[in-house]
Design a protein around this ligand. Structure first.
Ligand code: ASP
Ligand code: MG
Length: 314
């Protein structure tokens, strides 16, 4: 299926501008509700960082497809643009805050073919949060509560009738939980493409092999992590319980070929036993809005679309 490619602002007709204004209003309502919900639950609100030596390796991750890693020198130091603030979150949760969140711009220069998935943008924002001494279950429960609250808040306070983008109304937590292994045996290795069209409500997928920072039980090989999938579209959130033990982190970095010299601070803190146990997740804001409105492309909900392979002036 070829999807329609979102346009640059000057290419929009009157109707398309009205539709864009609708996405912007809804994004405002979503951000306002989500940030309020977290602040009311005691989360501290961090501002994002963009340039660091240490960022998410995005590897190994079966879902990642990066065409270019953005690295350059400032002040004779090599920095990377933020792929996700996972390392900062884990350290902030260990040193500064019991609970924190960031609306974090993530720059992931996806392969250009991914324009056609309708589900990728080369810049997006996630509501990235972390909770000290929490389990994956605690995070999943919080997400379910907040999403349910968000949807009824929007239904009660937001008129959506002027556009065909109707809010998905029927969510009833707790969502079903599927093990990734179970999905592979049912749908094959391409389960990620097939599965979203087989569900009618959001579901959790657990036990996904990926980056070193997600907790893995070395005895049975299982991962204590989770993704939230929504019907038709796919993943809108991923998270995990975190690794905090120095030896495990190091073993995984070696196993995966991740450069440990990019994670000196995390490793040093872990070696001294200063990394606290935590769990957290990141919710894709544009994906959430796209799902809520049945948008035909995730970049459509962006005022300035970040379509893989397509660089507009704005
Ligand atoms: N935000 C995610 C997490 O908390 C990491 C990612 O961006 O993939 O696990
Ligand atoms: Mg990830």
């Amino acid at each position: 299926v070829r999807v329609r490619i979102p346009k640059s602002p000057e290419q929009l007709n009157k109707d398309e501008i009205l539709r864009k204004k609708f996405y912007i209003k809804l994004t405002t309502a979503v951000l306002s509700y989500l940030t309020k919900s977290l602040v009311n639950r005691g989360f501290e609100w961090y501002l994002p960082v963009i340039l660091s030596k240490s960022t998410d390796p995005l590897w190994p991750d079966p879902g990642a497809s990066i065409e270019k890693r953005v690295e350059f020198e400032i002040y004779e130091s090599k920095v990377r643009t933020t792929l996700s603030m996972i390392v900062h979150k884990v350290i902030a949760c260990s040193l500064y805050s019991d609970r924190l969140f960031i609306i974090s711009p993530n720059l992931r220069i996806e392969r250009r073919e991914r324009a056609q998935t309708g589900w990728h943008a080369y810049e997006f924002n996630q509501l990235d949060f972390e909770m000290k001494d929490a389990t994956s279950k605690d995070v999943m429960k919080l997400v379910e509560e907040v999403l349910e609250g968000l949807i009824s808040h929007i239904e009660n306070n937001f008129s959506l009738n002027s556009y065909d983008g109707t809010i998905y109304k029927d969510i009833a937590p707790p969502f079903k939980v599927y093990d990734r292994e179970e999905l592979i045996s049912k749908f094959g290795t391409k389960w990620e493409e097939i599965f979203p069209s087989r569900i009618t409500e959001p579901v959790w997928i657990v036990n996904i092999p990926r980056e070193f920072y997600d907790f893995q039980n070395f005895e049975n090989g299982k991962w204590d992590n989770f993704d939230l999938y929504v019907p038709k579209y796919g993943e809108i959130l991923s998270g995990a319980r975190r690794e905090w033990e120095y030896n495990k982190i190091l073993t995984k970095m070696k196993r995966d070929g991740v450069k440990k010299e990019n994670y000196n601070v995390l490793l040093e803190l872990a070696r001294k036993g200063k990394i606290r146990q935590s769990s957290g997740a990141g919710l894709g804001i544009e994906r959430l809005v796209a799902w809520l409105t049945n948008a035909w492309h995730v970049c459509e909900v962006q005022p300035f679309p970040r379509v893989p392979g397509l660089v507009y002036e704005l």
